[in-house]
Design a protein around this ligand. Structure first.
Ligand code: BG6
Length: 364
């Protein structure tokens, strides 16, 4: 059982500093600034032959897959994107021999993801897995992969497995990058960043008490937006996913840049926005969008870095520590887990077993 914790979700969230270490253990190479992933079963030549990466997963695994595709494109300069595995095989996709397909799944049993893997392999493609459960159906079906070592995850809402999915992608991106043009200096910078991450995750979790009131406020809303750009957009999508899964509030994710092309019409004092605003090259544009929301009296919660100046926006700030910009998405994701958790807790919901949902969906 969840022991002294009131729920598995809380227990699993708090385990993250330890479980994050487990996925990195033995896989980081400080000297050459790269990662070693024996289970991938791909040598340097195979890795160099990859021309495109397509990530497949469902739910949270799909959203973290979008973070992962971003990391791969950024570090390895290989075009990469993520697609909902539940849609993939129904459009008779073209499978290319020089595309690396990556299936992401905590349980390794999600039928939609398994069928997507089978589609890839039936058509002659190479599919590797980022899977938590050892020996699961997806792990067995893939050509090779990276086990996530997050330990058993019980709560429907994925937390520690999701974090390890992100870290698994970081390892893969690093290795793909280093056999290409990613410099040893950049490789070492990222290895050092990954080594710092578990302690920083712990730091974010230690701020839990400060988020309880904010979460309760958000729980009163019937509808809310989660917004972010580029690296921050999948973070917003995952934040909205968690929030709707366990609080049952309507939560919608949008690219901050798209706000003015539609959803701004909905902003008023009853519709809060949770914005992801890291300190990066897009900060200024992000802050400008927050002004648009504030001008319409939309309540704002901003997950951000210390250095970011929000000016006169009048938002509730949630500050997370900075890592390397490429790795920041996972630190920005942790407070969104806590917000969803405390909103659901406030509303008195069954956090570990939200209505209508199953931990793994094994029938089509
Ligand atoms: C869902 C769960 O149906 O399956 C989600 O409700 C989960 O929370 C998704 O993210 C994918 O599961 P898995 O095991 O393939 O990662």
């Amino acid at each position: 059982d969840a022991g002294e914790h009131e729920s598995y979700m809380r227990k699993e969230m708090l385990e993250q500093p330890t479980t994050a270490q487990a996925v990195l253990r033995g896989r980081l190479d400080d000297r050459f600034g790269t990662a070693h992933l024996g289970g991938l079963d791909m040598d340097a030549r195979d890795l160099r032959a990859v021309r495109r990466v397509k990530v497949l997963g469902c739910g949270s695994a799909y959203y973290v897959g979008q973070m992962g595709a971003g990391l791969i494109e950024e570090l390895a300069r290989i075009p990469a994107d993520a697609e909902a595995a539940s849609e993939f095989r129904y459009r008779d996709p073209v499978i290319e021999p020089d595309t690396l397909y990556v299936a992401v799944s905590q349980s390794g049993e999600t039928i939609d993801t398994l069928l997507a893997v089978q589609e890839v392999r039936r058509k002659g493609g190479r599919c590797v897995g980022l899977v938590n459960v050892v020996g699961s159906a997806i792990a067995r079906e893939c050509d090779g992969g990276i086990y996530l070592h997050a330990g058993p995850e019980v709560a429907v809402a994925s937390t520690k497995a999701l974090t390890n999915m992100f870290l698994g992608f970081a390892l893969l991106a690093l290795q793909l990058g280093r056999v290409r043009d990613l410099s040893i200096a950049d490789g070492r910078r990222l290895v050092a960043g990954l080594e710092r991450l578990p302690a920083q995750i712990e730091e974010v979790l230690a701020g839990e008490d400060d988020l309880v009131e904010v979460a309760r406020g958000l729980a009163e809303a019937r509808s809310l937006f989660f917004i972010g750009r580029v690296r921050g957009f999948p973070v917003a999508r995952e934040g909205a996913q968690k929030f709707k899964e366990i609080s049952y509030c309507h939560a919608e994710a949008y690219q901050t840049s798209e706000l003015k092309h539609g959803p701004l019409a909905l902003i008023d004092p009853d519709v809060p926005t949770v914005a992801v605003v890291p300190h990066d090259e897009l900060t200024e544009r992000n802050v400008a969008a927050l002004h648009e929301i504030a001008a319409r009296q939309g309540p704002l919660v901003v997950v951000t870095h210390e250095e970011v100046d929000l000016g006169e926006v009048g938002a509730r700030r949630i500050v997370v520590p900075r890592n390397e910009p490429e790795l920041d998405p996972i630190l920005l994701t942790i407070p969104l887990q806590l917000l969803a958790y405390h909103a659901a807790q406030h509303l008195g919901h069954d956090i570990d077993k939200p209505r209508n949902l199953a931990k793994s969906v094994t029938v089509e």
